[in-house]
Design a protein around this ligand. Structure first.
Ligand code: SF4
Ligand code: SF4
Length: 235
């Protein structure tokens, strides 16, 4: 039996990851309702309205029902998650639903901190070189200072030429990719993406030194599925 790849998150990190997931995609109303049921131990009253996308919610039976659209419901569930320390078993149940993966409580072997192991389900991933992530996803503000340093260290001015740099009020650099030097505007598509029409494939011309955001995509099966990556489908 193959060993499943997992990531370990402390309880606090798991909480933050859940809320990042909630805000990352189109509102997942059904998921928000499920998580609310789990963290309220079934006390929350949640009702649908066939005319609208969202839920009527009351914190407990007898409380006033309040209408929430998807975004409001997402924020409400995140707020509720932050209001108290939930038992690891509750956070395990939340993570399993949110990340659509097996999760189990554990301890970080290095720090000894309690947390949750979550399977990434990346074993079946195989990049189809469809170009979807490079063409359609919004990664333009995700370049890290480490990416820039690496290109500076190895003298890749050809890549640095496509990095837009602005500064915060205290002088900290803010990077954007891929920016046309002449116009200061985002390029229509990544200048290092190349189409091979004969094979109907897209390749990355800076594969070995591409930005971290590109190297790490997709971070999980759910991330891939939610952002249109076909790398988990059977060919
Ligand atoms: S969307 Fe998925 S399959 Fe397509 S190029 Fe990106 S990682 Fe590969
Ligand atoms: S650097 Fe490579 S992986 Fe990243 S967007 Fe460009 S072509 Fe795609």
């Amino acid at each position: 039996m193959s060993v499943k790849e997992t990531i370990f998150l402390t309880l606090q990190q798991a909480l933050e990851a859940v809320c990042i997931d909630f805000r990352r995609y189109e509102p997942q109303v059904m998921l928000f309702s499920e998580v609310l049921r789990v963290i309220s131990a079934g006390n929350a009253v949640i009702k649908q309205d066939s005319e609208k996308r969202g839920r009527w919610v009351a914190a407990e039976p007898g409380s006033k029902m309040v209408w929430m659209d998807g975004a409001a419901l997402s924020e409400y569930v995140c707020r509720t998650l932050h209001e108290k320390d939930y038992e690891p078993e509750v956070m395990v149940a939340v993570c399993a639903r949110v990340f659509q993966a097996r999760a189990f409580p554990g301890t970080d072997p290095e720090s000894g901190r309690a947390g949750i192991h979550i399977e990434t389900n990346m074993e079946r991933f195989s990049c189809r070189q469809c170009g979807n992530c490079c063409i359609f996803l919004d990664y333009h503000d995700a370049l890290t200072p480490a990416d820039v340093k690496q290109w500076e260290r190895i003298g890749r001015q050809d890549i640095l030429d496509w990095v837009g740099v602005s500064r915060t009020s205290n002088g900290k650099p803010i990077y954007r990719i891929w920016v046309e030097a002449a116009t200061g505007k985002l390029a229509r598509q990544c200048p290092f993406l190349e189409h091979l029409p004969a094979q109907n494939r897209w390749i990355c011309r800076i594969h070995d030194v591409k930005p971290r955001i590109c190297r790490e995509y997709p971070v999980s099966r759910k991330h891939g599925l939610m952002t249109g990556c076909p790398g988990f489908s059977r060919q």
